[in-house]
Design a protein around this ligand. Structure first.
Ligand code: ATP
Ligand code: MG
Length: 400
């Protein structure tokens, strides 16, 4: 391999809210590092992670190609807890080497040939470097200006050359990929997501993972009265969401027979809420087995008749565990925009036979009375039914 002035390709990560943590900051940083390692398992080499103040440097094996480093950076953008992912170059801690690297970094760039405006922005995490940040900006900026004839624009540059002086080396890069923000998965405990094949619940799952919750997925299928399509959809959605946490598990409960019993109870208008309560009771049973401390749903206030304030109250009444509803205050268009960005929208829009269509009444109750629901549940023996349903749980393992 020919060594260029650029040094070794590496990846530089900027931490999000983790930096606000006080005493337990180290716990968060360790978890974030473990999550990064998990995300990088698909690469056939080991990376070396170096925790620095507010950043993590990802060192790759010597001789790693720039393209491979790009792929590593791209993969890391899915790991919650980071705000920026920079594909950087690791350069010797010497002003001459830094200038040379910056010059080489801009060689062969179309925008540089076009004459973009630029600025050099430096920062020192190690103040022992012989130049101050301002001096680095001036020296490197002057050289780049001489060589490429680019105009300097400190306020609104089209191209920013970033230089970060660290303990053992200097990082040089331009641009960066936005991270997910949020907290490292696993720092907020474990939750169980009620996953339909719809648009909302995958977005709810994403939002909670991003707040540090590790999640399992529970899907109720209409089997034996519907096809398995909804399971395939749930499976595909979980696969797409797994990029954000790794190690995801999909659990499926065959729910068709229970739905028939609800239907047979004759209370047409209450059927949807009664079934939602039974789903929640079953989910609570499953959550206890999985040691999950919360349930997560894709409810959004007023979106459909089962999501009015009264009906949400009736759902909360069914279980003791908290029901987290991260989409409660979002519009459908906002939810869809997130679904598109995280790659679940196209899967959710595939046709399927949702189990809920089995009992869609002509007019659904918008203000279900808890006493009426409890009466239906007594006839059904809902508590016992929920335990039975949880017992029929099947795990769908993600391959690969
Ligand atoms: P989604 O797009 O997530 O399906 P929705 O707008 O269709 O939501 P509902 O059908 O009322 O709304 O469902 C509300 C929430 O109940 C869902 O977001 C999900 O968390 C849960 N849920 C609904 N159906 C199922 C199912 N078959 N399996 C698991 N959870 C479900
Ligand atoms: Mg739905």
């Amino acid at each position: 391999m020919t060594m260029s002035a650029l040094g070794e390709p590496c990846v530089l990560l900027k931490l999000g809210e983790v930096v606000l943590k006080g005493n337990n900051r180290e716990v968060f940083e360790r978890r974030l590092q473990a999550n990064i390692r998990t995300a990088l398992k698909e690469f056939p080499f080991k990376v070396d992670l170096r925790q620095r103040h507010g950043v993590i440097a990802v060192f790759l094996p010597e001789g790693t190609d720039a393209e491979v480093a790009d792929a590593v950076a791209e993969r890391i953008t899915y790991v919650p807890g980071l705000v920026w992912v920079h594909r950087a170059w690791r350069v010797a801690k010497d002003p001459g080497a830094v200038t040379k690297a910056a010059i080489e970094l801009l060689a062969d760039r179309e925008d540089v040939r076009r004459g973009v405006s630029f600025a050099v922005r430096s920062r020192r995490r190690d103040k022992r470097f012989p130049l101050t940040s301002m001096q680095i900006d001036r020296t490197v900026g002057g050289e780049l200006n001489d060589i490429y004839g680019l105009p300097v624009d400190l306020k609104n540059p089209e191209l920013v050359v970033s230089i970060e002086v660290d303990r053992d080396e200097v990082f040089v890069y331009t641009g960066g990929l936005p991270g997910q923000g949020g907290l490292p998965v696993g720092t907020s405990g474990r939750g169980l997501v009620l996953m339909s094949g719809g648009i909302d619940s995958p977005v709810a799952a994403y939002r909670m993972m991003r707040r540090g919750l590790r999640v399992d997925f529970l899907h109720f299928s209409g089997i034996p009265f519907t096809t398995s399509e909804s399971i395939y959809k749930a499976y595909a959605l979980v696969r797409a969401l797994d990029r954000f946490q790794g190690g995801s598990r999909l659990w499926v409960v065959p729910f068709g027979k229970a739905q028939q019993s609800i239907k047979a109870s004759g209370q047409d208008r209450l059927a949807v809420i009664a079934q939602r309560r039974l789903m929640l009771k079953t989910a609570e049973e499953v959550a206890h087995r999985l040691k999950a401390g919360a349930l997560v749903t894709g409810d959004s206030l007023g979106q459909v008749s089962s999501q009015t304030l009264q009906n949400i109250t009736a759902q909360d009444d069914a279980v003791d565990l908290p029901i987290l509803r991260p989409l409660i205050g979002l519009d459908k268009t906002e939810i869809m925009a997130t679904a598109r960005r995280i790659g679940t929208l196209a899967i959710s829009e595939l046709p399927d036979e949702d189990c809920c269509t089995l009992l869609a009444p002509r007019r659904a109750e918008t203000a279900a009375k808890i006493a009426d629901l409890k009466q239906i549940e007594r006839r059904l023996d809902a508590e016992e039914l929920a335990v039975q349903l949880a017992g029929s749980l099947q795990e769908y393992k993600l391959e690969g």
